[in-house]
Design a binder for this molecule. Structure first.
Ligand code: CMP
Length: 143
């Protein structure tokens, strides 16, 4: 079954949007396999955002992700990677549709509340980077 990595960034945690964000994934019907509130060190942030290493915002982005706790999660479900991207909305909240997390609550591209893996392969790498096996529970809802 498909899995994705979702991170509520420091702005999402500071603005008390954790429950609102989690509920959107739950209500869609996805299954939570792992969740942790954590401080992010520079090495992890730089590796996670390595693809943006040459971009002018890279340093600020890494600094911001390390500035206060994030909530890291793994969600599972059919088409969860693409569906999560729809739930989250466009990278720039000013361009994100209403009804998406960024469209409803985001302020600007540097404070867009949440990260979601952009492809199935990326999700596998990000899940391995952020979680070890013991932190993930494989289970299926039966109710
Ligand atoms: P995310 O989905 O986590 O993936 C890369 C992040 O880089 C993105 O969300 C934004 O938070 C950030 N980002 C992208 N473009 C810019 C920009 N022009 N200025 C600042 N941050 C940016």
């Amino acid at each position: 079954m498909e899995r994705t990595f979702i991170m509520i960034k420091p702005d999402g945690v500071q603005r008390k949007l954790v429950s609102e964000i989690i509920s959107r994934f739950e209500l869609k019907g996805f299954t939570l396999l792992g969740l942790k509130l954590m401080s992010v060190n520079k090495e992890l942030a730089e590796e996670h955002y390595g693809i943006h290493k040459e971009r002018p915002f890279f340093k600020d982005l890494v600094q911001f992700i390390c500035s206060s706790p994030v909530v890291a999660m793994v969600w599972e479900g059919e088409g969860v990677v693409a569906s999560s991207r729809k739930i989250i909305g466009a990278t720039n909240p000013l361009e994100a549709d209403s009804g998406t997390i960024r469209g409803d609550f985001g302020i600007n591209v540097g404070r867009n509340l949440i990260h979601g893996s952009d492809a199935i392969e990326t999700a596998k790498g990000e899940i391995n980077l952020w979680f070890n096996e013991q932190e993930l529970i494989s289970w299926e809802p039966t109710l």
